[in-house]
Unconditional design. Structure first.
Length: 146
């Protein structure tokens, strides 16, 4: 009986992990679409409210990259890079590189501008997403062990 319960928990865990990976991939595609639409100059037609609400742009950056960081860290909890400091996951490190390259590339796009505070909001979002994912993962590991 215990073996059946253990197998059903493992199957349930794999199913949840698959759903999280699908959500992470889908949200990643959404973020790519947002970046492309902004690069092509269509951003204002989709999110014009950003200009009327104080700090909405920075909150949008935090929300987008926080959600992406959360989902990606949950989707690949065991992905490691050996020489990274303990306080940053490999997923967050990879996302940080991509976000940094994207922000720097805006200096080369005529209708965009490279903004340090946008990048900083992205980093804050990634940090929040990583922290939330690590807490969720620890809680799930603790519940599974019990």
């Amino acid at each position: 009986m215990a073996a059946n319960t253990k197998n059903s928990h493992a199957c349930c865990h794999r199913f949840k992990l698959s759903l999280i990976r699908i959500a992470a991939f889908s949200f990643g595609l959404f973020v790519i679409a947002v970046v492309i639409s902004a690069n092509l100059g269509y951003g204002d037609s989709f999110w014009s409210f950003i200009h009327t609400t104080r700090n909405a742009d920075k909150l949008g950056h935090i929300g987008l990259f926080g959600t992406l960081g959360l989902l990606c860290n949950l989707a690949f909890p065991n992905f490691r890079i050996r020489h990274l400091p303990r306080y940053i996951t490999a997923i967050t490190f990879v996302l940080l590189i991509l976000v940094s390259l994207e922000e720097i590339s805006q200096a080369l796009i005529p209708n965009r501008h490279c903004d340090f505070f946008d990048w900083l909001a992205d980093v804050v979002g990634l940090a929040i997403g990583q922290i939330a994912a690590l807490r969720c993962t620890r809680r799930l590991d603790h519940e599974t062990a019990s």
